[in-house]
Design a protein around this ligand. Structure first.
Ligand code: PMP
Length: 302
């Protein structure tokens, strides 16, 4: 189980995480009506160096907007104060890298299945940052469960309830002895993993499913695209077929809690040499450096 900080933010109050609760009668619990984002904080003796907070908060707002949580702007204005997160870090005294989970919960009770004019409450808790995938040898299983379509529950909105789709596919992959699932969308094109985006390298180009492939538009994905372009690598966002991945020169997954994880096997087919490839290695190093502050406007010291 994750090592969770003793204190959390609930609304604009810092309380013990164990006491930070949402009602069993709330829309959040009844229908999964909450939106969230998780950002990474690198431990330094001076404080936590947090990665791309404004981008995470923008996606949180966008997720709320997509599903129609109408009061989100007022709620975040009232309850999400970066200075409070700084206070939270001081109280929890982390000594390792951390993930920060920011959630906006719909706390209205028995409001019925609707999304507008619901009371909202924001929570933040932190927990030790442990990679969700093995760092050098992740193996994927193409799932029989398809990614929820944009016309059902938009994958680009980070909605708590939508993660049933990820849980079904991930569990099936784990039960079959793999590390994670690979989702195809309703059209049969490659989408993403349960909680990470996917890239492949082919003939020196970096290729990833486009934003209309029912993906979450990952902040790590966007960062990798920017870092690759800076390194002079051509990046293409397009539809990707499963069999293209089987024959790729390199495949990797990326995300806040997957960092950059080389994929060495998909459905029992070895990817290239079955080792972490050179472009994956370089992009992983570039991301690690960016998270350590090499790109100043990507990090905030809290
Ligand atoms: N896809 C899904 C379904 C995810 O849950 C995540 C993790 N947030 C990602 C991709 C990667 O997104 P990010 O880089 O913003 O963490």
């Amino acid at each position: 189980m994750a090592k969770i900080g003793k204190y959390a933010l609930m609304g604009n109050e810092i309380i013990e995480t164990a006491d930070a609760q949402v009602s069993i009668a709330s829309s959040a619990v009844l229908y999964g009506l909450s939106v969230y984002s998780v950002f990474f904080g690198k431990y330094t003796p001076e404080g936590m160096l947090c990665f791309r907070i404004p981008e995470h908060l923008k996606r949180l707002r966008d997720s709320a907007k997509m599903i129609g949580l109408s009061n989100v702007e007022e709620e975040l204005e009232k309850d999400l104060d970066i200075e409070k997160i700084k206070e939270l870090i001081k109280l929890n005294e982390p000594k390792t890298n951390q993930f920060f989970r920011v959630t906006v919960h719909a706390i209205s009770e028995v409001a019925g299945v609707r999304t507008s004019n619901l009371e909202l409450k924001t929570s933040v808790f932190m927990y030790e940052a442990v990679n969700i995938l093995p760092q050098d040898k992740a193996r994927l299983k193409t799932s029989l469960w398809r990614r929820t379509a944009d016309t059902a529950i938009p994958a680009r909105a980070k909605v708590n309830g939508a993660y049933v789709n990820s849980a079904l596919a991930k569990q099936d992959a784990l039960d079959s002895g793999f590390d994670d699932c690979l989702f195809l969308n309703q059209n049969g094109y490659v989408s993403e993993l349960s909680a990470a985006n996917i890239f492949m390298v082919k003939r020196g180009e970096l290729i990833t499913p486009d934003c209309a492939s029912d993906i979450l538009e990952g902040i790590t994905r966007r960062s990798i695209i920017e870092l690759a372009k800076e390194a002079g690598i051509n990046v293409v966002e397009r539809k990707v077929a499963l069999t293209e991945l089987y024959t790729a020169d390199e495949v990797f997954a990326c995300g806040t809690s997957a960092f950059v994880s080389p994929i060495v096997d998909i459905d029992g087919r070895k990817i290239a040499s079955g080792q972490c490839g050179p472009i994956t290695k370089n992009l992983r190093n570039a991301l690690t450096e960016a998270q350590a502050g090499s790109k100043e406007n990507w990090t905030t010291l809290l």
